[in-house]
Design a protein around this ligand. Structure first.
Ligand SMILES: NC(=O)C1=CN([C@@H]2O[C@H](COP(=O)(O)OP(=O)(O)OC[C@H]3O[C@@H](n4cnc5c(N)ncnc54)[C@H](OP(=O)(O)O)[C@@H]3O)[C@@H](O)[C@H]2O)C=CC1
Ligand SMILES: [Fe+3]
Length: 536
């Protein structure tokens, strides 16, 4: 942070009014955002001039409403533009032309910071570009639009987003505003030219953008499991009463959806690994679906936690021999023979003692749930930031698989006795068995990828090693053979004057990666031959 930019904070309120020699920042507008900005700038140690269309009237009302604006002057817009070189434009986009359109000369070479937001997404031009068109002589910087007035005013306690994106076509102005934002206590992200303002304005209008796909997928999976469970429990077996649908029956698809979502949280990283092994590089982009899936893993995990929590509460509420008969011991009550009973009547009665199955399923379920909560807690930014990289990796790469494994064990304990009774045909159709297929695939992939040959191979790829580079190097180091390669549309022209087998290389102009060439078989290539290139 440059010293000349970052002026000291005001620690003594009596220094208000004695601020000679300090940078003065202008703010056009006297609304909520302008007030919040002026408070933060004043707290940071800047002098502030607010500009209003009716300065006298606004000065009185501002003094009346806010006692924190000591020393902030309210002037007319032309005076503010004359006195300040850096001015925030804290008015609505619709008012740019009508309020500022006449100040073409006054804004010449002034840095105007546009903080405005739009009401709708996907506008053809950003507000900042519009301001730039209204005031072509000014240097427009887009910044602070993602910071609410509340966060701006009370940075220490609001807990909001503290990242300020900055965009401008003028790099000096961009860094000046960036320095100012840093002095105000924000983290700065430089987004380059003013075109980025479109993204900045769109970004604040997105509503739970990362949650849509995970939410709809969860909804779909939950409905599929529910339909299957309703079919099995009500149509096929008539096992339950309709009045049990709210807790006992819905608890099953909740559990199944939770374990499926947990598996889907970890599956994309394995698919990514398969892609990287197939491509022999980490520098090739993943397909769009995988990219989105990888970015949504946190949402998948949090949805799992949400479903698992409901499942845990619902199960705890129903924990009785009435609901889970097979989890409890049964005792027998024998009625002696009498006039109406020829022989003694033996009636089985459930006791409140659990059998091993109930106790084991509860224990494993509780451990899995608590560990899942721990994994979920580390996805809270403040908790995650307190972990170092190894700790974070340990939680998300190892502990989370322990959760998946324990969840599978939990389901197996509940389902296995039934599978044995039902035989292979019945077991394959059971709800418990079907729900662990995907988690087992994920655990199997994890096992494969932690085994040394593949683990080392993926590690090399992720550290930048490329399979095609190696084949190129070995090809180039073979100095005896004279091979000339002409890269033309996936075709290779080879001239070779040494007999024997030669695997040659060519590059694919489309993806700029080297590929192996299968066309060069054994033989003497005394004339140029053409061969097709294919991926390794
Ligand atoms: N509030 C917030 O949390 C955030 C706001 N922003 C952006 O900051 C800007 C200001 O927002 P906010 O302070 O909440 O809005 P307000 O409605 O509270 O204030 C707008 C101000 O614009 C001034 N103004 C200038 N020209 C006109 C005009 N022609 N018609 C009406 N008013 C005019 C007015 O001041 P006067 O009458 O003294 O001239 C008025 O006080 C907006 O572009 C908004 O998108 C960005 C991020 C967060
Ligand atoms: Fe369970």
């Amino acid at each position: 942070m440059a010293d000349e930019v970052c002026v000291p904070l005001i620690t003594n309120p009596s220094s208000c009014g004695k601020r000679e020699g300090r940078t003065t920042i202008g703010i056009i507008g006297t609304g909520n955002y302008a007030i919040a900005l002026s408070k933060r700038l004043t707290m940071t140690g800047y002098d502030v001039i607010m500009a209003s269309r009716r300065p006298q009237m606004r000065e009185t009302s501002l003094k009346f409403f806010s006692d924190c604006l000591c020393g902030v002057k309210v002037t007319s817009i032309p005076e503010c533009l004359r006195k300040c070189d850096l001015i925030f434009v804290a008015i609505h986009m619709e008012d740019f032309k009508i309020t500022l359109g006449n100040y073409l000369e006054a804004t010449k070479d002034k840095i105007l910071v546009d903080v405005s937001n739009r009401e709708y997404r996907y506008a053809r031009h950003s507000n900042a570009e519009l301001l730039s068109a209204v005031l072509p002589n000014a240097i427009i910087v887009k910044a602070f639009n993602s910071i609410s007035a509340y966060t701006m005013e009370d940075l220490a306690t609001s807990g909001g987003n503290h990242r300020v994106f900055v965009a401008s076509n003028d790099p000096t102005a961009r860094s000046k505003v960036g320095d100012l934002a840093k002095c105000m206590g924000f983290q700065v992200v430089d987004l380059g030219g003013l075109k980025s303002a479109r993204y900045m304005e769109d970004f604040v209008l997105k509503v739970f953008s990362h949650w849509k796909i995970p939410f709809f997928l969860t909804f779909g999976i939950f409905n599929l499991w529910s339909l299957y469970i309703v079919y099995v429990c009500f149509i096929e077996k008539s096992e339950f009463q309709w009045e049990q649908v709210f807790l006992k029956v819905l608890n099953k698809p909740l559990c199944m959806t939770a374990i499926t979502m947990l598996a889907l949280t970890y599956l994309p990283s394995h698919i990514a690994a398969i892609y990287q092994i197939y491509n022999g590089t980490k520098h090739k982009r993943f397909p769009r679906y995988l990219d989105t899936w990888l970015k949504s893993r946190k949402q998948f995990g949090l949805i799992t936690l949400f479903l698992a929590t409901i499942h845990a509460f619902a199960s705890a509420l129903m924990m009785s021999p009435t609901y889970y008969r097979s989890w409890y011991h049964t005792a027998t009550v024998t009625l002696p023979a009498n006039a109406s009973l020829a022989s003694p009547l033996v009636i089985p009665v459930s006791t409140s003692w659990m059998v091993w199955k109930g106790e084991a399923a509860c224990l494993v379920g509780i451990i899995a749930f608590v560990l899942l909560v721990i994994v979920g807690l580390t996805s809270i930014p403040s908790v995650g930031e307190s972990l170092n990289w190894s700790e974070w990796r340990c939680v998300h790469s190892n502990l989370s698989y322990v959760v998946l494994f324990l969840s599978v064990v939990h389901v197996c304990i509940m389902g296995a006795p039934g599978w044995l009774k039902a035989g292979p045909a019945g077991a394959f159709r059971s709800i418990t068995f079907l729900s662990i297929i995907l988690p087992l695939i994920v655990l199997f992939l994890k096992f494969i990828f932690v085994c040394p040959p593949l683990r080392n191979y993926i590690r090399r790829i992720r550290r930048g090693w490329e399979r095609s580079t190696i084949s190129q190097n070995s090809f180039q180091s073979d100095a005896v053979e004279k091979v000339t390669v002409h890269n033309m549309k996936d075709k290779l022209e080879v001239t070779q004057d040494v007999p024997g087998t030669k695997s040659c290389c060519c590059s694919d102009p489309a993806d700029k990666r080297l590929k192996s060439c299968n066309g060069c078989k054994a033989g003497v290539f005394s004339v140029a031959v053409q061969c097709e290139c294919s991926s390794l």
